[in-house]
Write a protein of this length. Structure first.
Length: 729
């Protein structure tokens, strides 16, 4: 028996657990509150995509057989092949059957339906990536074929990473979802509820907490809550997570509380702790950011005087109870960064609560999860990384920050190197000038493989209006720094921002084209601007030239329909922007006129064809701040002294030979400078606790009796070291 059952309802990701319940369980551990967590989504997927599961699906689909599409007829006809192969394919995608890759890659092993018509770009994607990834991609297409069959014949709401998302998307009224919940459970609901029922009998919780991150989890959370209310009325049921945090802040709908006893907002640690205290003592009556029903009316209670816990107090996320060895690693090849989301098991951590910038006008900066910024100490973060490696056996980390702070990223990287850890990590950033070439090299050395960040609209006027705090030139330089360090860069791109003209859309596309052509972007995705209720644009639409469509809000409120006063139909640009980007990511079609991507007349770009190239010129490497940390991430050199003579004079020289991971290089200088430099490299090695500033390095040089530090520091020997791991941070 546990106090609390923490549930992520279907469906989020196939390859790794959504981290909210692990965060909450880690916190409850610090309070000695027993809990059990489950990812209902992966459990349902594994039931569906098994030999028995497919046999049942094909039997269930018989009732619809008369109206099958040609594609579904083909899958139905090949059902024996699907049933025969499904368990071995799932085992392969779980990493348990790697030798199957060779068979998957052979023609004739996997049954193929409509998804396999997308194979034109296989050589581009997998020519250098290897058989395992190619097999993962083919197995992904195989699963997507089966998903199409389920959608057509069993449940139209099914999706691998969402379920009945339409019912949850900014439903200002609860009517449609409420009416749907009155209908009989679907085939997939029945599987979900059977698993849930077994877990409820096993755990016997006092409180069930559903974490609902996305609209695609909402329906299933309500369906499960209804089941609990009907069959286990003594159990209290709560909902928290990303969806209520953004969409249910204006909740007035009493019918919601036929399913849930409580809905909590923002950070869940203290609200859930107080819920448990109220369950233990009904007279306690203290709540934190909690909706509940009193006398048939929805009330919002925030009457506790206790403060939210600091990030240093919430504990390390705990992934115990989850099926870590049974998640499925899939690969969709259209977007290199998106493949990171779906391929491999990632431990999720956060470097800082909230966003250190907190100004972007399209973002929900009025909400606490972004507005309240609190970084975590680098040592604490790396302690948590080591705990998670020991707990999960996985050393890959996705830092799920709104925007990871550069200074903290630097300290985390230094701490990883100091402890000599081998980890792989990636995160979301702002493309700001703090990401120097040296910092990017440090991040790469610590295990950083990719970053994503918002270029948004590649127009300086609109970037200023968005209050992004960057310019196109700055973004170009930062993406170049990451790329040259060997870190993949993904750019979030936006079109249709209020007041954006057609000319600015085309010019933005040209900027993006040049960045891909120069190789400083490797991945991107175009999003059409959406106005949200809690962003500056949503809160003050008149300032941005948009007219919102006002609806009565009783249930969800986030995305707001609006009209742009420019009258431009931005929808029509969607296909051309995405098609061009798909080709640019393949490294082709850079010479196509922009007009070729659109089936309507567009203006010529006003951006010079070498604009981004010129942005990358004239770099100044001779401006090191006095308080910059000087760090050496290379190894110890072999030393050799010799005598050099010229015109009757002789003096001692020193040659230092270094073995980099990939090559050998050497530098030569006079003996005194060489001895000082050799001593310095030991002092500033990344494995040392103490870090030296540029001023301290200069003082050390001068205290050694040597003269003209600047002349030596910017000499050829030191510049060579700068190319191989002598960093100014």
């Amino acid at each position: 028996m546990k106090n609390t059952l923490l549930i992520t309802p279907p469906f989020t990701q196939l390859n790794t657990p959504y981290p909210a319940t692990a965060y909450l369980k880690g916190f409850l551990n610090t309070k000695n509150i027993t809990s059990f967590q489950m990812d209902l989504g992966i459990e349902v997927i594994l039931k569906l995509f098994s030999k028995e599961g497919l046999q049942d699906i094909f039997k269930e689909s018989q009732a619809h057989k008369a109206v099958f599409s040609d594609n579904s007829k083909r899958i139905f006809a090949l059902q024996k092949e699907y049933v025969k192969t499904i368990d071995s394919v799932i085992a392969f995608l779980q990493g348990n059957n790697p030798t199957l890759a060779r068979q998957i890659c052979l023609d004739g092993f996997l049954p193929e339906a409509s998804r396999f018509t997308q194979l034109d770009d296989m050589d581009w994607a997998f020519g250098s990536m290897g058989m395992q990834d190619k097999a993962k991609h083919l197995a992904t297409l195989y699963l997507e074929d089966l998903s199409d069959f389920i959608v057509e014949t069993i449940d139209e709401n099914f999706g691998f990473s969402r379920y009945a998302e339409r019912l949850g998307r900014s439903a200002n009224s609860f009517d449609e979802l409420y009416d749907y919940l009155k209908t009989e459970p679907t085939y997939i609901d029945l599987i979900t509820l059977k698993i849930l029922s077994e877990q409820l009998k096993e755990v016997q919780p006092k409180l069930v907490c559903f974490s609902v991150p996305f609209p695609g989890n909402l329906y299933s959370a309500f369906r499960c809550a209804k089941f609990i209310k009907e069959n286990y009325p003594e159990i209290k049921v709560s909902m928290g997570g990303g969806f209520p945090n953004t969409e249910l802040r204006d909740l007035k709908e009493a019918r919601v509380f036929e399913f849930f006893d409580f809905i909590t907002l923002d950070d869940g640690e203290l609200p859930v702790e107080l819920l448990l205290e109220n369950i233990e003592d009904p007279n306690y009556n203290e709540f934190k950011r909690t909706f509940l029903l009193e006398e048939s009316k929805v009330v919002y209670k925030n009457n506790s005087l206790r403060h939210d816990y600091k990030q240093s107090e919430v504990g390390t996320p705990d992934y115990t109870d989850l099926f870590l060895d049974r998640y499925i690693s899939v690969i969709e090849i259209a977007n290199p960064m998106h493949s990171l989301w779906s391929d491999g098991r990632w431990n999720k951590l956060t470097m800082a609560h909230g966003c250190y910038w907190g100004k972007c006008t399209f973002c929900d900066i009025s909400l606490d999860y972004i507005k309240i910024y609190e970084p975590i100490a680098a040592r604490t973060l790396v302690d948590r990384m080591e705990e998670l490696i020991a707990q999960t056996g996985h050393n890959g980390f996705h830092f799920v920050d709104e925007a990871a702070p550069p200074a903290l990223m630097r300290e985390v990287a230094l701490e990883i190197l100091r402890r000599n850890l081998t980890v792989t990590w990636w995160t979301n950033i702002r493309f700001e000038k703090s990401f120097t070439a040296d910092l990017c090299v440090l991040l790469k050395a610590s295990g950083c493989i990719a970053v994503s960040g918002g270029l948004e609209v590649a127009s300086d006027r609109l970037l200023e209006l968005i209050k992004k705090g960057v310019t196109v030139e700055q973004v170009a330089k930062v993406t170049r720094n990451f790329t040259e360090a060997g870190i993949m860069v993904h750019a979030y791109l936006m079109y249709g921002y209020p007041t954006q003209t057609i000319q600015e859309t085309i010019d933005s596309l040209e900027m993006v084209r040049q960045m891909f052509e120069l190789g400083i972007l490797q991945s991107g995705f175009w999003h059409q601007f959406a106005m949200t209720a809690h962003s500056p644009v949503g809160l003050n639409p008149e300032e941005f030239g948009v007219v919102p469509q006002i609806n009565e809000i009783t249930f969800a409120n986030n995305d707001i329909q609006f009209k742009d006063k420019t009258g431009i139909n931005h929808d029509k640009f969607s296909f051309g922007l995405k098609k061009s980007l798909f080709n640019y990511m393949h490294g082709i079609c850079f010479d196509y006129p922009l007009q070729d991507w659109f089936d309507f007349k567009i203006p010529n770009t006003k951006v010079q064809p070498d604009f981004i190239y010129e942005c990358l010129q004239n770099e100044n490497h001779f401006n090191i701040k006095p308080n910059a940390k000087i760090v050496w991430i290379g190894g110890k050199p072999f030393e050799e002294t010799f005598t050099k003579s010229k015109k009757g004079n002789s003096w001692e020289m020193m040659k230092l030979t270094f073995h980099d991971k990939r090559e050998v290089f050497e530098i030569t200088t006079d003996k005194d400078n060489g001895a000082w430099l050799q001593n310095l490299l030991e002092k500033i090695a990344s494995t040392n606790e103490k870090k030296f500033t540029f001023n301290e390095v200069k003082a050390d040089y001068e205290n050694s009796g040597l003269e003209d530090f600047e002349l030596f520091w910017y000499s050829k020997p030191v510049n060579t070291l700068r190319d191989f791991g002598l960093l100014a941070l």
